[in-house]
Write a protein that binds this ligand. Structure first.
Ligand code: VGL
Ligand code: ZN
Length: 239
């Protein structure tokens, strides 16, 4: 039970944002909507405040000027490597995992063990009610291989398998990609970091994103790698 001597619960960190410059450079924007799925909002791995971003996400989806609108979905098999249950270990602890074809090299990666979430073809993996999903040009499914974790919409955590996302963006001549959705410190962060690496001007729309952790760590990692932060209102003004 909370007492008067406890420190107040920390308000979520909110990074500073900027308006999108209109500086005469080519501007071909795309929107990527990350993991707006039941399990991340009302299901087994709820992101605090997840439901609250739906109005901003829907407003952005309906802006006429985006040259592509793409969704991602977490879509795991029952015994996925990221599930605590698969390893018979407690949820939210960390283990070291290996690539199924590369285990002999012993190049492990730290893996947080999650509750079972976004099982393929279950309600938990469906888009949340009210999401304007009929406007998506493509939906990228990720985390579909039982032994491979995939947070980013571009490629798995080992960087071995690329999705269709970079091809779609490049085909359409996209210069600027706007990222919204869940969770800010996992799938949004890893997607945005890859987006910079692929050469896109990369924007995270901070009032259309919620994170699992309330701290600034993930935001600083993104900013340090060249991800830029803006707000729904500023996107509407530029588009
Ligand atoms: C995610 C944890 C596990 C996400 C996906 O969408 O951010 N987080 N799988
Ligand atoms: Zn997942």
């Amino acid at each position: 039970m909370a007492t008067h001597t406890d420190p107040p619960p920390q308000a979520p960190y909110e990074p500073e944002t900027e308006a999108i410059p209109d500086d005469g450079q080519p501007f071909h924007p795309a929107l990527v909507v990350i993991d707006m799925q039941n399990d991340f909002v009302t299901g087994s791995l709820p992101v605090p405040g997840g439901a609250s971003i739906l109005p901003q996400v829907n407003d952005l989806i309906q802006l006429a000027k985006f040259e592509a609108r793409i969704a991602t979905r977490d879509h795991h098999p029952t015994d996925h490597v990221s599930f605590a249950k698969t390893h018979e270990k407690p949820e939210f602890t960390k283990i070291v995992i290996y690539h199924p074809e590369d285990a002999k090299e012993l190049l492990g990666k730290e893996q947080i063990l999650w509750p079972v979430h976004c099982l393929a073809d279950t309600d938990g993996a469906e888009f949340i009610p009210g999401l304007v999903k009929d406007r998506f040009d493509a939906t990228i499914m990720k985390g579909t291989h039982p032994s491979i974790e995939s947070y980013s919409g571009f490629k798995d955590i080992w960087g071995k398998n690329e999705t269709d996302l970079p091809g779609i963006l490049n085909e359409r001549g996209v210069t600027d990609v706007f990222y919204v959705g869940l969770a800010g410190d996992f799938c949004v962060k890893y997607t945005a970091l890859d987006s910079v690496e692929y050469g896109f001007r990369t924007w995270v729309v901070v009032d259309a994103v919620k994170s699992i952790s309330q701290d600034e760590v993930a935001w600083n990692q993104m900013r340090d790698k060249g991800v830029r932060f803006t707000k729904t209102e500023d996107v509407k003004k530029r588009l």
